[in-house]
Write a protein that binds this ligand. Structure first.
Ligand code: DAH
Length: 337
């Protein structure tokens, strides 16, 4: 029986080699694969009569031959019948594949703007670790254990007595420890709090600013903040400072900008007040200077902090902070740049 398979294979190869046009090819196809009289079809039918001992081997031989026949017919078809090659059809009406250029994240864009404004004024860029010690995040900032101000910032604690920094203020301490005045620095970076809703995210970004030298006053602070806010939101912006409390500054303040939506006359975005809250600031507390070995009799300084998402939200009219962290391209692609 096996020899019959070989014989048919040789015959097929010969017949196919002799087929010079599509019609001849069709005749070869019918002779071997024809549903009723095809030679191969016949072989498969014979399978039933083969004694069971040799049936598997015979079946395999027939199948191999069938694969050979089909493949060779297809190749011959591609050669003899123009346009029949089995390639994916090309649909000329399909739109092209667009390569869209990438862009930096809106938070990265706003960060770059903030850095530029302060670098222009001669500030240095500083950074510190996101996993901090209690000393840098609280103690050195005049927030001792059990101080009620610790409740203002719900903290993520990690192993080994460490914590995820709740603000960028620890970078003030690290910078003062390694440098003598005059100091003029900003630090931008990630901070973490156990807080999550439409305007609070457990991870967000802050800018911290610190200036220390002889003769620094509250007027320098106000001038700096006004300059910064105008650079970010436009020349017409006014700023306002309100007394507030942060343990590491005295006096402490919160600062607002005139509402960028209504110009200060009062609207729903500023809840009718004409102002929008920006961040905290104040004159560096003498207790902080003592922690880093600066003489509070000789030096004064101001510090300020603010949230980067907040600026981006105001600038772009975004009302949900979580959009910055979901990485949905439909959102992100609206900020080319
Ligand atoms: N660290 C404060 C916070 O995250 C913000 C802040 C307030 C920073 C006053 C300052 C400052 O430098 O002087 O809530």
């Amino acid at each position: 029986m096996q020899s019959r398979v070989h014989e048919i294979r040789r015959e097929f190869d010969r017949d196919l080699a002799g087929a010079r046009d599509p019609e001849a090819l069709e005749r070869v196809r019918a002779r071997y694969l024809g549903r009723r009289a095809g030679l191969l079809t016949g072989l498969l039918r014979d399978l039933r009569e083969v004694p069971s001992a040799g049936r598997a081997a015979f079946g395999k031989a027939v199948n191999d031959l069938k694969a050979h026949v089909e493949e060779a017919l297809e190749a011959a078809q591609a050669r003899l019948v123009p346009g029949s090659a089995r390639e994916a059809p090309i649909d000329l009406t399909l739109p092209g594949r667009v390569q869209r250029p990438g862009a930096s994240h809106p938070i990265t864009q706003v960060s770059a703007l903030i850095e530029e404004i302060f670098l222009e004024m001669g500030y240095t860029l500083e950074s510190g670790p996101q996993v901090e010690t209690d000393f840098y995040n609280f103690e050195a900032l005049n927030i001792p254990a059990h101080h009620p101000a610790r409740d203002m910032q719900d903290t993520f604690y990690v192993e080994g007595g460490l914590l995820l920094r709740t603000h960028t203020s620890p970078v003030q301490i690290r910078t003062m420890q390694k440098r003598r005045p005059p100091v003029r620095m900003v630090a931008l970076g990630r901070v973490f709090r156990r807080d999550s809703d439409i305007t609070h995210s457990p991870v967000f970004h802050q800018v911290e600013g610190l200036v220390v030298a002889e003769g620094i006053t509250f007027a320098h602070l106000k001038g700096t903040l006004a300059h910064f806010c105008r650079k970010v939101f436009g020349k017409g912006i006014r700023i306002r400072l309100r007394p507030s409390y942060f343990p590491f500054v005295e006096p402490g303040a919160e600062y607002d900008i005139s509402c960028i939506f209504c110009g200060g006359s009062g609207c729903s975005r500023c809840k009718g007040t004409g102002y929008i809250e920006m961040g905290g600031a104040g004159m560096v507390h003498p207790a902080v200077f003592e922690k880093v070995g600066y003489d509070p009799e000789l030096f004064t300084g101001f510090a300020f902090g603010l949230g980067i998402e907040r600026i981006a939200m105001l600038k772009h009219g975004i009302d949900d902070i979580r959009l910055f962290f979901e990485n949905d391209l439909r959102f992100l692609s609206q900020f080319p740049g």
